[in-house]
Design a protein around this ligand. Structure first.
Ligand code: CMP
Length: 140
């Protein structure tokens, strides 16, 4: 296994409930290091661009509205096989299907308000990191 990077968002349902630290602790306990982090209010255009791959899905407009409903924390995570490590600790997209001990099982409210986003591949991680961070903002 190699040390790689992934991209994470702590979503508005989690920031609203003051869970930034709780979520981050679970990421760190899973072996991931936060090598960049910033709390932002996403614009509608930013959220639409980020989720462009889902544009034709019936939940797209609700998803964008939710993601701009409050602040989010965008992060770059580094660790052994970071994409898979992060997806494992996040748990299934729908918290009803998430394993015990995962972030979504612990904190998520619904499939939409599911507390965290994580990249699904190394290729998308690089694209998503580049979407929110300048190289000099990432300090490994
Ligand atoms: P995320 O990993 O951020 O990527 C797309 C998001 O769409 C997903 O997490 C979910 O929170 C959200 N979403 C909302 N409704 C659905 C749905 N019916 N199926 C899949 N994803 C959904």
């Amino acid at each position: 296994m190699a040390v790689t990077r992934t991209f994470s968002i702590i979503k508005p349902d989690a920031t609203r409930r003051n869970l930034t630290g709780g979520v981050t602790k679970m990421l760190e306990d899973a072996g991931l290091r936060v090598i960049a982090s910033k709390r932002i209010q996403m614009t509608k255009e930013q959220a639409e661009g980020f989720y462009a791959v889902h544009r034709e899905r019936p939940f797209f407009n609700d998803l964008v509205s939710f993601m701009i409903s409050g602040p989010v924390v965008v992060q770059v995570l580094e660790g052994e096989d970071a994409v898979l490590t992060n997806r494992t600790v996040m748990g299934a997209t729908n918290p009803e299907n998430a394993d015990e001990g995962t972030i979504r099982k612990t904190y998520a409210e619904s499939i939409e308000a599911n507390s965290v986003h994580g990249s699904d591949s190394d290729e998308n991680a690089a694209i998503e990191i580049d979407y929110f961070f300048k190289p000099e903002e990432i300090v490994g």
